[in-house]
Structures are given as structure tokens and as C-alpha cells.
Design a protein around this ligand. Sequence first.
Ligand SMILES: [Zn+2]
Length: 543
Amino acid sequence: MSKVVAVAAAILLAGAVPLAEEHPDQSVFWKIRQEGSANSRILPTLHVLTDVYGPRLTGSPNLKAAGEWALQQMRDWGLKNAHLEPWDFGHAGWLNERLVAHLIAPVKDALVVEALSWTPSTNGVARGAAVQIVLPSSPVMQADLTSYLDSVKNTVKGKIVLVGPHQTVPVTFNPVPLRREDADVLSQMTAAPAAAGPRGQGPAPEPSSPRPLTNNQVQEQVNQFLLANGVLVRINDAGRDHGQIRAFSNNTYDVSKAPPTVVMRNEDYGRISRLLADKRTVELEFEIVNRTYPDGRTNYNAVAEIPGSDKADEVVMLGGHLDSWHAATGATDNAIGCSIMMEAARILTAIGVKPRRTIRVALWSGEEQGLLGSQAYVKQHFGTFEGPKAEYDKFAGYFNVDSGTGRVRGLTVFGPSAAGMVLREAAASLKDLGLLGATTTRTRQTGGTDSTSFNAAGLPGVNTLLDPIQYQTYTWHTNLDTYERIVEEDVKQSAIVIASMVYHLAMRDEQLPRFSKEEMPRAPRETPPTPAPASTATGTRTN
Ligand SMILES: [Zn+2]
């Protein structure tokens, strides 16, 4: 099907739904546009969250300070009831304070690395010979790992150890589009909703057959082995091009269970690997200063409100996660989502709306460790469909932004098709800003981002589909995620779109339609939060 035909078909499909029942207040929508365009505060907000307080790793004092600043900023704009809500992280916070990495021999040069979080400092300056080990490839059986580690014991003693082969990252010949085609967005917005239900559990494994180790188990054992053999520093390959580094965490969150560890840019890792393959002596020097923060066991979500009027006990929420990874200042992931939501609330306050329902901004923490802050919030305030709390029936929707700097192109709501229709019709006058429609999902599985914490409880979480810009290719979780990567025009449009949609849901007579008791998809089996990413340099599940 040609692009033109596809667009026409999608428009026809979209047009097949009954005519609009939604009548958003276009005079308020117009004021929102004016305020968001002429007096935007997004970039100043982003500047403070990134340049002053970034990185904002969960459990760190930076994150708490960023939340406190955001609350004061929202108070100054006129929001009410601004406060921190604690939840138990259960691990100390961690931050890197100093990181120096050099090649000493066969030549002298600086190296580009990031510390792996929740790993310890070096003991002053650590200087030593580099060696490389290549673990058995997956699936790894316990016996294979044990015999391999035994075989390299004398090689690694007291050394600086590169763990893993150099990863070949081919040159990319096909550029990745920065924008979504309208036809692609429309087809996504008119596709059938995602299937419901828990993940297939599959039959239980035979207890007698040995199972391969998980990556986490392998990494924990390798770290124990490196510690026991006095390894000075562990080095992982970032495995990405153009010097991009994604540095996650030692997933035990315990600095005593790993050696000092860095993730090195693929180009430096490759250079050292090739030198070692030549049988040349490579000497490296590191100085790493990391600090742990016992107070970080308690984390905070930052919450502020625009009080409602005749339906003040009902609430429409909007939010994003304030925590970030630590290799950069977390601009696209996700200071910008927070800045957009704060700006949407500022716009509504500035133009003096008197919403019927309360509008509540929430800036989450612990998202990168498995949506921990938003899950704690939903559990405490709303409960679940199966075990509701008093506020459960008073919840009228949650909007989430967490995919970078691109403008909002579509909305996905957990709920029946009627909920999608409400959003689609309310959004009809925002097409020129890029928002082309809305669709629904039926899945209650958590993962990806904070809106799924609401979906899991059976509540209408609304996630936003954004233009990709450079999110997946450059900034997501990398050392390049900085203020410079934000597209001002896009994020201003997003704030206008979100403010408009939130305002409409706060004003309409009825709440956003929800699944009836009969329609409600089954809750996934009680599962622990999404596991933290492995201590290797790649792969994570949350946005
Ligand atoms: Zn994110």
C-alpha cells in the first residue's frame, strides 16, 4: 500500500467512529497555546534539573535536592500541597565523585570511561597491568564457569581486568529517521489493542536437569572471583559507537560485592584488546572515588497540585520520572518529561483555570530500578482493581512522558475503546501540534515506564508516543544525555498538548471510561518489580 493510500485508509478508519461527543473548551485551549508559546519556562526548568542537580541517581542526594527544588518552583508558580512522599528503596544511595583513567604503557593517553554504579572506589591511584578474560558464552552452566574461572585465576591476580571480548560495532550506513511519518502514527493509533493477560509461565522445569545460570548469577560470581583475587579494577566494554557509554549498576546494590568497575568506550576497549592480542604489555592507571549515602534507603516522589472545585476529591495526574542514570545529566531521560509536566501545570496555573477535578503533578524516583517510586505510590494511594483503596474510584487518569525530546504524536490509554475515543476526540484540535490520535491497551504487565504502574492496578494510565529524534540512537541511558539534545520547539508543543488534555479530563462530566468488572483483564501474577539491569554494559528494561 502506498503511503498516500495508507494515510487515506487510516483517516477513513479514524472517521468511522461516531461523531465527537467531546467538546473541549477551545477558548481555554487557545489560552494554553498562547501561554505555552509566549512564556515557556521549560528550558530554565530543564537547566536546573540537569545542570544543577544532574545526575539524579535513585537514592542520591542530587535526586532529593532536585525534587525539593521542583516543589519550591511549583509553589512559586502557585501550585498547592507540594510535598515529598517517601518510599523504601532498601539500598544506600551512590554517586561517583572523581574518575581518572589513563593508558600508561605502551603509550600515554587518556581513556573515556564511566563508573558502574554501586561499585566501590579504588584504593587511591590503582596502577597495574591489563589482562583480558573472555567468559564462556551463553548459556553458561555452573560447571563451565567454575572451571573457566579456575583456569584464569593466576592470570588476573592483582591486575586490571577487561571482562569480555571487544564487541564489533559496525558502521551504520542507514540513517535512522528522527521523525515519525504521519501514516505510521495513524496506523499505530488505529491498530487493535495489545493483548491482555499475564506472561505465559510455561511448564515448571524438570528439577533434575541442570539449568544455565542467569546473567545476574554469572556477573555476581565473576565479581566475587575478581574480588577474591585482588583485582584492582574491572573494565566492561560499552559496545556502542561514537564513544557512547551506557553504565548501569552492580545489581546487588552492595559495593562490597564488586571490584571497582568502569564501562569503557568501545573504541578504547578495542585499542587495549588489540594491544593485548599483540602480546604487548599494557599498563593502566585509575583513580575512582565513589561515595555511598545510607540515607538513600528512603526515596521520595515529589507531588504538587492544582486544587479542583466541585469534583476536588477526584484527581487527574501527570508525571515523569525525576531519577536518571549517572553517566550524564539525564536530560532526555527524563528531566524533560518532568519539565514538560511541570510546565503544563504552570501554564494552567498562569492562565487561571479553575479545574473541576484536582490536577496533580508527580515526579517519580526509582523508575530506572524497576518503576519503584510509582509502584509504591499507586499501592499506597489507590491499591488495585482487586484490592481497591478509597481513592481508587476517584482516579481520572495519569499522563506520562518518558521517551525523550520528540513532540507527542499519540496517546495509549489502559482501558476500553471508549476511553481511547474520549482522548482521540479531545485531541482533534491539537493535530497541528503533532498529536494525531489515541489508542488503547489491555495489558496490566508492568514494564517500560511509570504509566504501567497504573495500568497494572487496572487504572487508566496514558503513555505518550513521541517522535524519536536521537533517543534510541544517542541519548537513552548514555553519557550523551545532556541539555544540548533537547529540541525546544518540540517540548513546548508537548507541554501545550499535555496541559490541554489534562485540562479536558479535569473538566468533563464523567471520568475517563474504565473496564467494567467483566471486561477487566486479569492481573498479572504478583511479580517482583522489573529487575534492575545486569551489571554488564548493555541492556535494560525501563525507559
Ligand atoms: Zn526514562
